[in-house]
Write a protein that binds this ligand. Structure first.
Ligand SMILES: [Fe+2]
Length: 297
């Protein structure tokens, strides 16, 4: 295996993975090498350009910490997150569709009773959110665990404030015996994804805007149903057709209805897909695995 050239090196590298014990890992690495090599040949990648690429990826890793996940942002803005969601959550008609997980979920959010104010002091106009968790046949799902999170009126999540001592605009609730849930929060607004890192550099270099349409995040878990990771988007938002992370789905649009006494009300039902449903493929596990650095084995 000497004197490899630009045409023979790909096969040589792929052969080196021949003894990989896990067939899945072998398949992933084989195709990764094949497509990376084809990419380099197609764009006639120079050494300087690849060094710039390595520096970009290095900065992306260095930007990550316990609260900032620049790699999720990169995956989101390149459409890879939404692609994996679309491939792995092909649900029956009538189920609430999945969308990107995003970089701002935090494990261990505070638990609240229904009716509570999860804003916990966050800036913004009041919004009363209510709905029902149900199955595809309309059955109410009691005891579903709803993880909700969103940005404040300035477009920032609590984890983006260094000095903030308390979680804001995030919480965990449980649906009642009738499947219903309700809580108070602030009205969602459109916000730009963080542009102070390498992903921001990429957006500026490519004349792309960083805005996401206003939305409220949900992750819903219930025994016997597939976990749903999704958002509800504001139907009147100007960025619905140019979401920086490609996450908008028509079925996820909701109405923030202005109330006579001020503030808004949002009513949105979350319809879960039973586990083992014939038309579902994969699971939320697949998405979270890719998004949350689970090892491939
Ligand atoms: Fe978000």
């Amino acid at each position: 295996m000497r004197n490899l050239n630009q045409h023979t090196i790909t096969e040589a590298v792929i052969e080196r993975f021949a003894d990989t014990p896990s067939p899945r890992l072998k398949r992933i690495l084989t195709h990764l090498v094949k497509h990376m090599h084809d990419f380099a040949r197609e764009v006639e990648l120079t050494e300087d350009e690849w060094m710039q690429g390595i520096e970009f990826l290095t900065r992306t890793g260095q930007k990550c910490d316990g609260n900032r996940q620049e790699f999720i942002l990169l995956s989101d803005t390149l459409g890879l997150s939404m692609l994996t969601v679309a491939m792995n959550h092909d649900k029956p008609e009538g189920c609430t569709e999945a969308t990107v997980f995003g970089p701002f979920h935090v494990d261990g959010a505070p638990h609240y009773e229904n009716g509570a104010d999860i804003a916990n002091g966050a800036k913004g106009e009041l919004c009363e959110v209510s709905g029902m968790v149900r199955g595809i046949d309309g059955e109410p799902i009691a005891g579903a665990v709803l993880d909700v999170w969103q940005a404040d009126a300035t477009g920032h999540y609590d984890v983006q404030y260094e000095a903030l001592a308390q979680p804001q605009n995030r919480g965990v609730l449980v649906s009642g015996p009738d499947g219903r849930f309700n809580f108070r929060t602030v009205a969602a607004v459109a916000y730009p994804i963080p542009v102070d890192g390498p992903v921001g550099d990429m957006l500026r270099a490519t004349a792309r805007h960083p805005w996401r349409p206003a939305h409220l995040h949900f992750m819903v878990r219930a025994e016997g149903y597939e976990t749903l990771v999704t958002h509800v988007f504001r139907r009147d938002d100007p960025y619905l057709d140019s979401d920086a992370v490609f996450g908008v789905r028509e079925s996820l649009l909701g109405d923030w209805v202005p109330q006579a006494g001020g503030g808004y009300a949002l009513e949105f039902d979350l319809v879960l897909n039973p586990k083992g449903s014939k038309r579902s493929v994969g699971s939320a596990h697949a998405t979270r695995g890719l998004m949350r650095s689970e090892s491939i084995s």
